[in-house]
Design a protein around this ligand. Sequence first.
Ligand SMILES: [Fe+2]
Ligand SMILES: [Fe+2]
Length: 160
Amino acid sequence: MGTRGREIVSKDAVELVKLFNKALADEWLAYYQYWIGSLVVKGPMRPEVQVELKAHAGEELRHADMLAERIIQLGGVPILDPNSFQVEANCKYLTPKDFSVKKILAQNISGEQCAIVTYNKLLQRLKESSDYISFNMIRKILEDEVMHEQELEDFVNDLS
Ligand SMILES: [Fe+2]
Ligand SMILES: [Fe+2]
C-alpha cells in the first residue's frame, strides 16, 4: 500500500495489525483442525464428510492468506513463529481424541461458532474505523464462517 493508501487508515493501523494477527492465528488453527480431522475421521458418511472438511480447510487457509496480505499492506508483520498461534488465538484448538464423525463435526462446529463471534466483534470494531477495505475483507470472511457452520450442521442433521 502506498503513501496515501496508508494515510487514510494510519491512526488505526497498529491496533488493526494486532487484531488481524490474532485472527490469523485462529485461521491457521482452524485450518489444521479441519485438515487433521479430515484424515482421522471415522464412521458413517466418511467420504462425504472428508470432502467437506478438506474444502473448509482450504477456505480457512485462504482467510489466513487474506489476513496476512492485509497486515503487510497496513505496514505490519504477520505472525512469524507458529508457537504464537496458540497464545494469540481467540478460539481454542480442540485436539481430536474421539475420531467419530459426530465428534469431529461437533469440534468443528464449535470452532466456527467461536469464529462467527470473533469476526462479528471485529466487524463492529471496524465500523468505527475509516478502513473500508479491511471492513469488506472481514465481512467476506464472516460470510464464509456463517456458511461453514450451516454446512456442518446440515451434516449433523443428515446423520441423525
Ligand atoms: Fe476462517
Ligand atoms: Fe470456517
